[in-house]
Design a protein around this ligand. Structure first.
Ligand code: ZN
Length: 237
């Protein structure tokens, strides 16, 4: 029975496909892939590509971040089309393998330890999914990433203060303008007074135009006196 089970769930690395042995947990990324991930090296770089994504079309990145009360933003990996990482992220989001996110979150936190990126953070908030989407998928992949970061840094994860109140269509199917309209007012906050003065890390799986992040940060402006940093597991090249 055990061998039949492994026939359907082979113990292979979700990135390179290398066979890792029967005793390996399903979805475990191999050491070689963890070493050779397409890292952005942005943890210590200001006005990096992720900060620019977040600033949108605004050319003054510093002023744009300041207006959103964002201290800094960084992505861990480049999301490259046709790179095996694309397949792994797809499995993480759509193929019931959220542990990929957990492992990559842990690795990012270990990598970023050489910088002060996480030093001032009080709370990690994963980008929420709409309850309907959460039911369909069964998990929030951004929460898995957040919990991986939390395991290394010891910073607590909060999933109760930011809510997704509108179920927006899948981003990939939206044109630029449609996308902007769709994420507007998609978020709401709960008990904002409890977040007074906190430095909050907002965690998402992928940043492309930055529109979803900006919409969420806009709703979080109700956390008076709070500062934000942004972490994306991947950013588009
Ligand atoms: Zn591998």
């Amino acid at each position: 029975m055990a061998s039949l089970f492994s026939l359907f769930f082979p113990r292979v690395c979700p990135i390179c496909g290398a066979y890792l042995g029967e005793q390996t947990e399903r979805g475990k990324i191999c050491d070689e892939c963890l070493r050779t991930l397409p890292r952005t090296e942005q943890a210590e770089v200001r006005q990096n590509g992720t900060e620019m994504d977040l600033a949108g079309k605004c050319t003054d990145v510093v002023a744009s971040l300041k207006s959103m009360h964002v201290d800094r933003a960084a992505a861990f990996l480049f999301y490259e089309k046709d790179h095996p990482i694309q397949k792994a992220i797809h499995k993480m989001k759509y193929a019931d393998q959220p542990k990929i996110g957990y492992q990559l979150g842990r690795q990012a936190a270990m990598d970023f330890q050489y910088s002060d990126f996480f030093d001032e953070i009080d709370i990690i908030i994963p980008m929420p999914l709409h309850p309907k989407r959460l039911r369909e998928r069964g998990y929030n992949q951004s929460e898995y990433i957040a919990r991986g970061i939390s395991e290394i840094t010891g910073i607590p994860v909060d999933t109760t203060h930011v809510l997704r109140v509108r179920n927006t269509p899948k981003q990939a199917l939206q044109s630029g303008e449609g996308r902007m309209h769709n994420v507007d007012k998609a978020f709401a906050v709960n008990h904002p007074e409890q977040m007074y003065g906190k430095h909050i890390l907002l965690v998402d799986d992928l940043i492309t135009t930055g529109e979803t992040m900006r919409s969420c940060l806009k709703a979080m402006k109700r956390f008076r006196g709070a500062t934000f940093s942004v972490f994306a597991l991947c950013k588009a090249r």
